[in-house]
Ligand binder design. Structure first.
Ligand SMILES: [Zn+2]
Length: 463
């Protein structure tokens, strides 16, 4: 009997064992499948929390961008809190539905603070918590935290104007002198959309600044000139100096485009400027060069002037090219006609000066060569930085004898005149720029104007 029972048992076990193996295999397959299907959900990459700039203090109208992102499984929760003294306010508390639905979210912290918090001057703490849809941390997701301590600063810097009356020519320049408190981080002059930074005035105390500024020739004459000073928190003080703007009438000119001229200038400019797209008609390529390349060239000058320091490298009046005859004036408005039709309109922001062919081109004043190369519409060009944002341009040259970085003296030869770029005949295009804004060079050619409007203002005893 016992034997039989054992036999029976052995026979039963033999039947159960394969079933268990099959079951275990199935479970294993399901497990492997489940893990491989949810593999992505087990990643350990926490969400990324980034502020668009660093800050130590914030003003009332601060602008701070926050981006929270999680490329892996997407965001689950973002909470932003602000604590100041015993006040704590939740600026945002967002739960995102479903894995992978929201990979990135941006917040404007300044706006959230303005909406939800009664700002007091003094220290505060911003805390950002974010989690994602990963299975880590007992399915709670990967977590990120960012804490930022800063101060609310609600007081604008002090700003005091020191220079008196400002008589400004439309298209011309001026100089303002002012004093700021130590917390001013940026200061200068705002005219329309142009900003002209102030520089420390060496002859005065550490907080006195001067700024050369331009009244762009095409700005309405009733545009107000403002001196501004901003602190690190973004608080801004503004003041309007006494000002009188003299409107100027600039000339208008029709330029008739001959095929011979277009055929001369377009292929040359194209061969030096790979960025310009050739159009189906040569005259259209001309217009592309005359409009877009012109704009790009002026943009380059604007960017280069950001490198100009506060030191004057020049002395006294600037020079008009010796023995030269004026062929075209500053801010002539040119209408371009081709086969009787108007194809373009541009402003000529400089003087065309001619003497004889291949005449030596003289530096208008002391300065540093910052460009000596083929330069778009201006052909072979030299740019000289004279300091404080003043840049002179010498265009259409046939040859260049100076190198970038070289210091030059007033009247030193830079090369020879020519007709490279958009030039019909041998002449010098002389351009004058202040922080990239074209200005009328006649003021800077005039020793009395420079004395009255710039140099006297910068003297130690002036105000
Ligand atoms: Zn010109």
């Amino acid at each position: 009997m016992k034997m039989t029972k054992i036999n029976t048992g052995e026979r039963g076990a033999a039947r159960v064992l394969p079933t268990l193996v099959v079951l275990a295999s199935v479970v294993l397959v399901i497990l492997v499948a489940a893990i491989s299907l949810t593999y992505k959900r087990w990643e350990g990459q926490a969400p990324e929390v980034t502020l668009d700039r660093d800050f130590k203090s914030l003003g009332r109208a601060a602008s701070i961008g926050l981006t929270v992102s999680d490329p892996g499984n997407g965001l689950k929760q973002v909470t932003i809190r602000l604590k100041q003294g015993d006040q704590e306010v939740v600026l945002a508390d967002d739960a995102f539905e479903g894995a992978g639905t929201t990979n990135s979210k941006t917040y404007e912290i300044g706006n959230l603070i303005a909406e939800k918090h009664k700002v007091q001057p003094g220290p505060a703490t911003l805390t950002i918590h974010a989690s994602d849809y990963a299975f880590r941390n007992f399915l709670g997701g990967n977590r990120a935290e960012l804490t930022k301590d800063f101060d609310f600063d609600l007081v604008a810097p002090r700003l005091e104007l020191l220079s008196g009356q400002h008589y400004i020519n439309q298209g011309g320049a001026e100089c303002v002198v002012y004093r700021v408190s130590e917390d001013a981080e940026i200061s200068g002059v705002q005219v329309g959309s142009n900003f002209f930074p102030g520089f420390p005035l060496k002859s005065a105390d550490a907080n006195t600044r001067f700024a050369l500024f331009a009244f762009q020739y095409d700005l309405p004459a009733d545009t107000h000139v403002k001196v501004v000073a901003r602190d690190a928190a973004g608080n801004e003080a503004t003041a309007e100096p006494w000002q009188k703007v003299f409107p100027k009438q600039f000339r208008t000119r029709d330029i008739v485009l001959e095929d011979s001229f277009i055929q001369k200038v377009v292929p040359e400019v194209l061969s030096h400027t790979p960025s310009i797209q050739q159009q189906e008609e040569l005259v259209k390529t001309f217009v592309e060069i005359n409009s877009n390349l012109r704009r790009q060239n002026h943009e380059t000058i604007r960017n280069m002037s950001k490198e100009s320091g506060g030191e004057f490298l020049w002395k006294d009046a600037f020079l008009q090219l010796s023995n030269s005859q004026v062929e075209a004036f500053f801010a002539d408005r040119r209408t371009y006609l081709y086969q009787g039709k108007r194809v373009d309109q541009q402003d000529h922001v400089g003087f065309d000066l001619s003497v004889t062919q291949h005449y030596p081109i003289e530096a208008a004043n002391d300065g540093k060569v910052i460009l000596a190369d083929y330069f778009g519409i201006y052909g072979n060009t030299v740019l000289i930085d004279h300091g404080a944002g003043l840049i002179s341009l010498y265009g259409h040259m046939s040859s260049i004898d100076v190198k970038p970085g070289q210091m030059v003296k007033k009247k030193e030869a830079l090369g020879k005149s020519g007709e490279t770029g958009l030039a019909g005949g041998d002449h010098l295009h002389f351009g004058f720029f202040l922080q990239g804004v074209p200005v009328n060079p006649t003021e800077w050619w005039d020793a009395k104007w420079i004395k009255d409007h710039v140099l006297d203002r910068l003297k130690p005893s002036s105000e």
